[in-house]
Ligand binder design. Structure first.
Ligand SMILES: *Cc1c(COP(=O)(O)O)cnc(C)c1O
Length: 381
C-alpha cells in the first residue's frame, strides 16, 4: 500500500517566481531594507485603502510599537483576550502597562465585547482585539465601545489578512492594525509583519521605533529624539512578501473551499454525535486562517495529547492554538488563576487545529475527517 505523505497542519505556498525573485535580490548587492521593502509597503497600503503602512520584522514588534504610538505605558491598562498567541499580551507588559483579560465568546472564540466593556476602568487606555483564525471581531461594536470610553484600538489582525468586515478589508479602516507574516499566516515574508496607521505623523514615529530612533535629513543629517529598536524587514523577506501578496485572494479562495469540505464531511460523519464543536461556519468575513474543532472533554476517554499522538501516527499533523494565556506561570505570578475565564480555559484545553493550507488536496480533508471521526467514535464515554 502506498504510504500517504505526512500532512502538516499548515505549510507555506512559495512559487518559483518568488524563489527566482529572491535570488535576484540576493545578487543585487542590496539585501537588507531597501527598494523591495518600499515596494512591499506601497502594495500593502494599496490593500489597506491607501492608509500609511510600514513593514517590520515581526507581527509582535508591530503590536508593541502600536502601543507606543498610542502612548500606552506604565500605569495604563489594556484590555485583551486570554485566548491568543501569547505575543498579544506580552507586548502590553513590554511597554510597562497592565494586561486586563476579559473572557471570550465560546461560539466565536474571540473576545466577548460585553466582558471587555465590563473590564473598563479609569486606567484603561486601549483594547487589543484578536481575530482568531481570521474570524473578525465585530468592528461596529468594537469601535462603539472604544468611542464610548475614549480608548485606542490596536487590532491584532495577525491572522486576519484578507478577512473583511462590512464588505471592507481588515486593515482598510479602524485605528492601528497589525498583521503578521510568520510562515504559518495566510501570507508570509518568512518572518515579518506590518502596521497600518492613521496619519503620516504616526508613520514617522513607527519608523523611529523601527530603527534606533534615527531620523535622517539631507544627504548627511541624522538625529535621534527617542529610543528605538531594531525591527526592520530585509529586502529578501520583502520580496517573499510581494510574491505572497500577489496571491492572497487565490489562497483565501482555496482555504474557503477546503473549509467548506470540512463542514460537509463532518456533517456526513455525524459530528454532533461525536461531541465535536466546529468553528463558526462563516464564509463572508473570515479568511479561514485555521480550522479548529473543540473536543468534548467530558465525553472522551482519551485526552487531547493522546489524540494528537494517534493522529500523528496516521500521518496527520495538528496544533493547539492556543492554551489560555492567564494560566502561564508568568501570568499566574501576576495573580491570575484557574476559573478566572472559564470559556477561554475550556477552549484552551480542548481546541485542536486541523490541517488547512492552500496546497492541500480535497482528499486530505476526507482522510482527516475519516481518521478523526474513527478515533473519537472509538473513545466515547
Ligand atoms: C502570529 C501572531 C502574532 C505574532 O506574530 P509574529 O510575526 O510571529 O511575531 C501575534 N498575535 C497573533 C494573534 C498571532 O497569531
Amino acid at each position: 500500500m502506498k504510504q500517504r505523505p505526512f500532512l502538516p497542519f499548515t505549510r507555506p505556498t512559495l512559487d518559483e517566481d518568488t524563489i527566482a525573485g529572491v535570488a535576484e535580490v540576493l545578487r543585487s548587492g542590496w539585501i537588507t531594507s531597501g527598494p523591495k521593502v518600499k515596494e512591499f509597503e506601497a502594495a500593502l497600503s494599496e490593500h489597506c485603502a491607501g492608509r500609511p503602512v510600514r513593514a517590520f520584522n515581526s507581527g509582535t514588534c508591530t503590536l508593541e510599537i502600536a502601543l507606543r504610538i498610542a502612548g500606552v505605558g506604565p500605569g495604563d491598562e489594556v484590555i485583551t483576550t486570554p485566548l491568543s498567541w501569547v505575543a498579544t499580551s506580552n507586548v502590553i507588559l513590554e511597554v510597562g502597562a497592565r494586561p486586563v483579560f476579559a473572557d471570550i465568546d465560546p461560539v466565536t472564540r474571540n473576545l466577548d465585547l460585553e466582558c471587555a466593556s465590563a473590564a473598563v476602568t479609569p486606567a484603561t487606555r486601549a483594547i487589543i482585539p484578536v481575530d482568531l483564525s481570521g474570524l473578525p471581531v465585530d468592528r461596529d461594536r468594537l469601535y462603539g465601545l472604544a468611542r464610548a470610553h475614549g480608548l485606542r484600538v490596536v487590532e491584532d489582525a495577525a491572522q486576519a489578512f484578507g478577512s473583511t468586515f462590512g464588505g471592507r478589508a481588515i486593515g482598510s479602516f479602524g485605528d492601528l492594525v497589525s498583521f503578521s507574516f510568520h510562515p504559518n499566516k495566510n501570507i508570509t515574508s518568512i518572518e515579518g509583519g506590518c502596521l497600518v496607521m492613521n496619519t503620516p505623523e504616526e508613520a514617522r514615529l513607527a519608523e523611529q521605533y523601527r530603527l534606533q530612533g534615527v531620523v535622517r535629513s539631507g544627504p548627511d543629517g541624522m538625529d535621534v529624539e527617542r529610543v528605538g529598536g531594531k525591527y526592520n524587514l530585509t529586502d529578501v523577506a520583502a520580496r517573499v512578501g510581494l510574491g505572497q501578496l500577489a496571491r492572497w485572494a487565490e489562497f483565501k479562495a482555496r482555504r474557503h473551499a477546503l473549509a467548506r469540505r470540512y463542514f460537509q464531511h463532518f456533517e456526513a460523519a455525524g459530528t454532533a454525535a461525536l461531541g465535536l464543536e466546529l468553528p463558526v461556519a462563516d464564509f463572508e468575513h473570515t479568511n479561514w486562517h485555521m480550522f479548529q474543532v473543540v473536543l468534548a472533554e467530558e465525553r472522551l476517554t482519551l485526552v487531547r495529547a493522546e489524540l494528537m499522538k494517534r493522529l500523528e501516527e496516521r500521518g496527520i499533523g495538528t496544533g493547539v492554538h492556543y492554551p489560555a494565556i492567564h494560566l502561564f506561570t508568568l501570568y499566574r505570578q501576576m495573580g491570575w488563576k484557574p476559573g478566572d475565564f472559564p470559556h477561554a480555559e475550556y477552549v484552551g484545553r480542548n481546541t485542536l487545529t486541523l490541517p488547512l493550507f492552500p496546497s492541500m488536496e480535497d482528499a486530505d480533508i476526507d482522510y482527516v475527517v475519516t481518521e478523526l471521526s474513527a478515533l473519537l467514535k472509538a473513545h466515547q464515554r
